[in-house]
Design a protein around this ligand. Structure first.
Ligand code: SAH
Length: 249
């Protein structure tokens, strides 16, 4: 198994593959101003197993195209959508966020939680903009510094993992530079990281290691996960995810 296969095997039994929560998704949906509108065209990029996709379907009317690179995640989403009678509204698509097989100027809303860092915040918001209608809305969560300065150890760790980590004001500047109007933004609370992400993930370590017969590669993944968790426990007052909601004029 390569590293991606291992990561998918570790994460696919969880509701989320990154920090977030139902409450935060709902709050961000409210901030789009789209609740109550009919027949929306929505894309959820880097949807994972679809924790937030199901919330989008619950709170908004219309169709959702859910894109992820890994079919195992999309399979979980399909089963969950079918169980809720939502598979006529959610279409899973296996594709890369860097080359979306989506039409231009058709979406009312492009959503992406905890995934845009993979292609880079600025490149992502620039590339995805063409798929939005005029007046269409982008809602993305991305890792963000929440203080003006921070310990060197922490800065080095996150610059290596996510080179575009920056402050709220820098993220907003990038959005404006790429031609978006800012509608709203807020910082995710700690429960999004601990209760809804790290703890469920840690509960899945044992069965993951058993499936992988305690291979060195599997243990390396757990070790790097634990290092990230320890960094969070030590320095959570310096960073979180920011949710950014912006509109194409
Ligand atoms: N939105 C989900 C998952 C976030 S984790 C949540 O918040 O729970 C990031 C997701 O991006 C993973 O599901 C991963 O499979 C997906 N991903 C990674 N590289 C990708 C790419 N190039 N294109 C599309 N999705 C990708």
């Amino acid at each position: 198994m390569n590293e991606f296969d291992l990561l998918v095997d570790l994460h696919k039994y969880n509701l989320r593959q990154g920090p977030g929560s139902h409450e935060v998704t709902k709050k961000a949906i409210e901030h789009t101003g789209l609740m109550g509108q009919k027949n929306l065209e929505i894309a959820d990029i880097g949807c994972g197993t679809g924790g937030q996709t199901l919330d989008l379907a619950r709170f908004l009317d219309g169709k959702i195209t859910a894109v992820d690179l890994f079919p195992d995640f999309l399979d979980v989403l399909s089963v969950q959508a079918a169980e809720r009678g939502l598979n006529n509204r959610i279409t899973p698509i296996e594709a890369s966020m860097e080359n979306l097989p989506l039409e231009d100027h058709v979406f009312d809303l492009i959503w992406s939680e905890g995934a845009i860092y993979i292609m880079g915040f600025e490149i992502g918001i620039r590339h995805w903009k063409r798929h939005l209608k005029s007046g269409g809305i982008l809602a993305v969560s991305d890792i963000t510094w929440i203080t003006d300065s921070r310990p060197r150890e922490l800065e080095q760790f996150w610059k290596r993992e996510c080179p575009e980590i920056s402050t709220v004001s820098s993220k907003l500047e990038v959005l404006k530079k790429q031609g978006y109007e800012i509608l709203s933004h807020f910082i995710l609370p700690e429960d999004c990281w601990i209760d809804h992400y790290y703890l469920p993930l840690q509960e899945s370590y044992q069965s993951f290691l058993e499936r992988q017969e305690h291979s060195q590669e599997a243990m390396d993944i757990i070790a790097s996960d634990k290092a990230e968790f320890e960094m969070y426990m030590k320095y959570s007052s310096y960073y979180s995810y920011g949710f950014y909601i912006a509109r194409v004029p």
